[in-house]
Structure formats: structure tokens, C-alpha cells
Design a protein around this ligand. Structure first.
Ligand SMILES: NC(=O)c1ccc[n+]([C@@H]2O[C@H](COP(=O)([O-])OP(=O)(O)OC[C@H]3O[C@@H](n4cnc5c(N)ncnc54)[C@H](O)[C@@H]3O)[C@@H](O)[C@H]2O)c1
Length: 343
């Protein structure tokens, strides 16, 4: 195979972003895009050299000239599309999370395995230049033996109520990225989760049965302790990591448009505000994750973030939900046992 022929499902924010990134690759052909509001996507598709726009994603799945699909439609559509795509033998890149129902994600694990296809999940933060450098240094032992991993992840502004209602909640929608990053950086699965959560930003979160602020402590199977600090509203995008170990600390700061500092005659020193949100901060990471997916399909290599990574992050989010409701630490083994009862 010298080119990967791709179809994209969902022409929203993230679908368009991935399409525009894939256009940079000479070994990729975007053959079609589908969106239930196809007419709204036609102008953009034409500008981006995508000739075929369809309302029904099944048109993409039944096209024998398409090797792989990107699932960029809303989360509640993922499971059905994955099932049909796996049956059709298409390789899959799926946006996070796989599902808001962990028992369905368990089924996805089986379908992907049975189909023998590539399945990469959109945990883009692993590909961020800072996060991947921290990972390299940790794996090279530069912090010695890791003791504590701290992840700060705060959004600039809370999403609208309509989004909050269908998001699946702070853990499944937002912290899931941090839970995956934590597994990536520690190189370990999580053993136990304990959450303190609150509504500190806007009462609308409580009306939706959600929280907007959380501190999640994680105990990893390899003995490392972790803490993930989340807020839906920090007024700037705050994405930092600190890895503290027996031989030192490895930390990153937020990315800014420049490193200019302004020493004012009025006193004080000002720096630039961090890059606004995920589209700006993780711009390059989105390109890199696509490059890895395309390479995995072209060269029959392993994907760097697989379906089990998606499941493990969702399992942590599931356990975090139990911990929040029952106000106690929760072992992941217990969460998995509860899940098995539900299935
Ligand atoms: N990795 C990340 O950083 C990241 C960032 C944002 C969103 N996401 C994920 O990406 C997914 C999409 O999010 P978004 O922000 O792009 O949403 P969006 O609402 O901007 O776009 C979704 C698009 O899918 C279309 N759609 C709905 N049902 C469809 C169907 N059955 N077939 C084809 N198209 C359909 C909608 O019309 C819309 O255009 C979600 O799962 C979300 O969690 C991931």
C-alpha cells in the first residue's frame, strides 16, 4: 500500500481539523466525508479538495476503495459506527471517548480484536511536544524512580449548558485526557481512585448532575501516586505536568505564543497569556497523531494509542464517578467487578 484512502465521519470541529491536517500528507487521499448536515459541509469540503460529501456514513463503510475511517461524530454515535466499520474491515481512528457507557466499550474491545483492524484513539496529548519530552525523560530515568505525578488541566471557559447535558460529565468528557496522560507518563495502570469534586464555577453544572471542579488522587499499580486537578473555568488554558522522583523533578509550563516578557515602568513583569484552548495548544499534536495512524496503516505497525488505552481511561473515569457519589476511595478491580454485574 503506498497511499491510505480515508473516509471521515463528522464534519464538525475535530473532523475538519483532522481533514485539514491529513491534506498535508502526500500518502493520504481523503475520498469522502459524511455528516448528517452534509449541505453545511459542502463548501468547506470543496475548498479542501474533498469531492464526495454524503449524509450517511454507511456510504463510506460500503466503499471498497476506502481503507480507513476517522470517527469524528458526537460520542453517542461512536459505538454503532465502530461496530459497522469493524465488520466492514476498515481501520479506525476514533475520537475520545469510545463511549459514555463502559459496558459498550467492553464490546468494542472484542469487536476490534476479532476484526484484526488497526484502532487508534484520539488521545492527542501524548503527542504534544512537551508531554512527549517529559515521557522520554521519565523513561530514560532522568527523574530517578517516579514518586508523584501531578497533572493540572483547567479549561479557559465552561461549555454551554447543551454541551454539559450530553457530555457524560467532567470525568468522561474532560479528565479522561488526563487519566490517559497519567497512564502514559507513569507507564502503569491505576489501582485506586479517590475524588473530591465540587461545583465552584456555575450552578448549571449541578442542575445537569455534573461538577465543574475536581481533585482526583490516583494510586498506580507500580506504586506511584498521582493527582489530577481539573476545573472547567480558569480563564486561560492551564495544561501542566510535574513529575517528582528520587533523582529530581521534571516539569512543564504552559505554551505561550511567544516567550516575551514585558518589564514595565509601572512595575511588575508581564508575560503572554497561554495559548487559548486545545485547538491552539495541541495544534502540532493533532498532526503527529494522524501521522502515526497513517504510518500504522501503511506499514502494518502497532498504533501508539489503542483500544485498551481507551478502555482503561474510561474505567478510571467510571471509578471516579463511583468515588464522587459514594465519597470513598475505589479500587479499579471493584469498578470492573461492578461493571461485569451490569453487563
Ligand atoms: N481529542 C480532542 O481533543 C477532541 C476535541 C474535541 C472533540 N473531541 C471529540 O470529537 C467528537 C466530535 O466532537 P466535535 O467537537 O468535533 O463535535 P461537533 O459537534 O463540532 O461535530 C460533530 C459533527 O458530527 C456530525 N454528526 C452527528 N451525527 C452524525 C452521524 N451519525 N454521521 C455523521 N456525522 C454526524 C454533526 O452534524 C457535526 O457536524 C466527540 O466525540 C468529542 O468528544 C475530541
Amino acid at each position: 500500500m503506498s497511499k491510505v484512502r480515508i473516509g471521515i465521519v463528522g464534519a464538525g470541529r475535530i473532523g475538519k481539523l483532522h481533514a485539514e491536517n491529513l491534506r498535508q500528507f502526500k500518502d493520504v487521499e481523503i475520498r469522502a466525508i459524511s455528516d448528517i448536515f452534509a449541505d453545511q459541509a459542502r463548501g468547506w469540503a470543496a475548498q479542501n479538495g474533498i469531492e464526495r460529501v454524503t449524509e450517511d456514513y454507511r456510504d463510506i463503510l460500503s466503499d471498497p476503495d476506502i481503507d480507513a475511517i476517522l470517527i469524528c461524530s458526537p460520542t453517542d454515535t461512536h459505538v454503532d459506527i465502530i461496530k459497522e466499520a469493524a465488520n466492514a474491515g476498515k481501520h479506525i481512528f476514533c475520537e475520545k471517548p469510545i463511549s459514555l457507557d463502559l459496558s459498550k466499550t467492553v464490546q468494542v474491545l472484542q469487536w476490534v480484536k476479532q476484526a484484526g483492524i488497526k484502532f487508534q484513539l484520539g488521545f492527542n496529548r501524548r503527542f504534544d511536544h512537551n508531554m512527549s519530552r517529559v515521557n522520554e525523560l521519565l523513561k530514560a530515568g532522568k527523574a530517578g524512580e517516579l514518586h508523584i505525578l501531578k497533572i493540572t488541566s483547567r479549561d479557559p471557559a465552561a461549555p454551554p449548558e447543551s454541551y454539559i447535558r450530553s457530555s457524560g460529565g467532567l470525568f468522561a468528557d474532560m479528565a479522561i485526557h488526563d487519566f490517559d496522560l497519567a497512564r502514559f507518563l507513569t507507564g502503569s495502570d491505576v489501582e485506586e481512585v479517590y475524588v473530591q469534586g465540587a461545583v465552584r464555577v456555575d450552578p448549571v453544572f449541578a442542575e445537569c448532575g455534573d461538577i465543574d471542579t475536581a481533585v482526583t488522587t490516583l494510586k498506580f499499580k507500580n506504586g506511584v501516586l498521582g493527582v489530577v486537578v481539573n476545573s472547567r473555568q480558569a480563564h486561560y488554558y492551564d495544561q501542566r505536568v510535574e513529575a517528582f522522583g528520587s533523582a529530581g523533578t521534571i516539569a512543564i509550563q504552559n505554551d505561550t505564543p511567544s516567550t516575551v516578557e514585558w518589564f514595565s515602568s509601572a512595575g511588575g513583569v508581564r508575560r503572554e497569556t497561554p495559548l487559548y484552548f486545545f485547538l491552539e495548544r495541541y495544534k502540532e499534536a493533532y498532526v503527529k497523531e494522524m501521522r502515526c495512524f497513517v504510518d500504522a496503516v501503511l506499514n502494518d505497525e502497532q498504533v501508539p494509542v489503542d483500544v485498551n488505552d481507551g478502555y482503561q481511561a474510561e474505567l478510571i473515569a467510571f471509578a471516579a464517578g463511583i468515588s464522587l457519589r459514594e465519597k470513598r476511595p475505589v479500587l479499579l478491580a471493584e469498578a470492573e467487578a461492578r461493571l461485569a454485574q451490569e453487563v
